[in-house]
Design a protein. Structure first.
Ligand code: HEM
Length: 387
């Protein structure tokens, strides 16, 4: 175990709101061992920005980790050339040009279709009735899993993530997670003959064209479903919540003094949808003045980094005019999110502007609870508008 100072958390309070603890850690023990999580946490932005690149020490290769067990081997849990080979294979599906020419027009259609469905209703839960199906439909297009229903995409994502975090080994949670992983494999197998007959720029097709095995395709598609469903969902609903709470900042966008991209960047800084990324210590060594032992677990806490007062004045405040460039909600090393450009296009170019255009008088109509520290977002966002 590392010799980092020990910091205890109350897991329930940390799940409800991790930010007070993260602020205390960052200020007084920026690398600390948290017994309740069984890991040492890095909480300062500059430490994470630097140490995440030391892949020989802080390795992503965690063959015994639950995520690898549930989802299969995938690029997020590989280092060096083994990782880069799969990143290169994935690139054509999510490159800036594919986002602009292939995905963006489909994102526009998806958003228009979902808005047409909810507009006459006058009220909804924006998380489940808009953000979730928009994220799922976008993921169907990006992955090529057009044979998977939107609700199944959301359920499979949640089930696999729950099983990957099932350290208590609850058999029911395991059962659902492994069943979802099997379901994804069956749907990939069903799509492959069509995609081989007519290859395209979907994730399944580009990985297959690059020669990845069925297992490798399935592992990567599962991890992308795990990370590519809930995060856009949470970022869409969360940015809407933040703008509705700050009408002056929404007005700045309307007046052209700020952009939807500014709002998206600032929301994912304020509430990083993926709050942390784990690494395994590959050998005994030290970092940030702490000695680590081989095979122990560390967490890079992106959520804490994005509120580091060394980079952001009044970091707990939503302010779309601030400079968000130092923020690292998509990571800061070789595993930098492969879907960042696609997410930005989906959310800032389509999901947000089209929503505010379509729903006049959009307003919050109830409580908006947030939850989570590894993954964080609004649990529900009741809204109403004028019909
Ligand atoms: C707002 C939405 C999203 C956020 C905030 C987000 C955030 C992240 C973060 C923090 C990581 C880990 C980075 C690290 O460890 O350094 C990651 C990895 C990844 N993300 Fe995203 N993500 C989002 C959406 C997506 C989408 C839509 C896709 C694909 C369709 C995607 C695909 C990936 C992949 C493949 C990786 C692993 C990259 C690698 O290991 O090289 N993400 N993402």
């Amino acid at each position: 175990m590392s010799n980092a100072p020990v910091y205890h958390i109350d897991p329930t309070a940390f799940h409800a709101d991790p930010y007070p603890d993260l602020a205390a850690m960052r200020a007084h023990s920026p690398v600390c061992y948290v017994p309740e999580l069984g890991a040492s946490l890095f909480t300062r932005r500059d430490d994470i920005f630097r140490e995440e690149k030391r892949i020989a020490l802080f390795s992503s290769h965690q063959p015994e980790g639950l995520l690898t067990k549930v989802m299969g081997a995938n690029m997020m849990r590989k280092d060096g050339e083994a990782h880069m080979a799969e990143r290169r294979a994935l690139f054509p599906a999510l490159s800036p040009r594919t986002v602009r020419d292939v995905l963006a027009p489909q994102f526009a259609d998806i958003v228009a279709r979902q808005l047409k469905r909810i507009t006459p209703r006058g009220s909804c839960d924006l998380v489940t009735d808009y953000a979730m199906p928009v994220a799922a439909d976008a993921l169907r297009v990006m992955t090529g899993l057009t044979n998977m229903a939107a609700a199944d995409m959301d359920a499979a994502s949640q089930a696999m993530l729950d099983a990957a975090a099932n350290y208590q080994r609850d058999p029911d949670v395991d059962h659902k997670g492994y069943a979802a992983a099997e379901q994804v494999l069956a749907l990939i197998k069903a799509r492959l003959p069509e995609l081989r007959a007519a290859p395209d720029l979907s994730i399944i097709s580009v990985l297959d064209q690059a020669g990845l095995s069925l297992d490798a395709i399935a592992g990567n598609v599962r991890v992308i479903i795990g990370g590519g469903q809930n995060e856009p969902r949470d970022a869409i609903a969360g940015t809407v919540w933040a703008l509705l709470r700050h009408p002056d900042q929404h007005a700045q966008i309307r007046q052209g003094a700020a952009t939807w991209g500014d709002a998206f960047d600032e929301y994912v800084r304020l509430v990083a949808p993926i709050g942390m990324s784990p690494r395994r210590v590959a050998h005994n060594d030290s970092a940030c003045g702490v000695a680590f032992e081989e095979n122990e677990l560390i967490f890079f806490m992106f959520g804490a980094a994005c509120r580091d007062p060394a980079h952001f004045d009044d970091p707990d405040r939503f302010d779309i005019r601030r400079n968000t460039r130092p923020a690292i909600p998509f990571g800061a090393g070789p595993h930098f999110c492969a879907g960042a450009a696609a997410s930005r296009a989906l959310i800032a170019d389509h999901a947000l502007p089209a929503l505010f255009d379509a729903l006049p008088g959009l307003r919050i109509a109830g409580d908006v609870p947030f939850a989570g520290w590894a993954f964080r977002g609004p649990v529900q966002l009741p809204v109403a508008w004028d019909v």
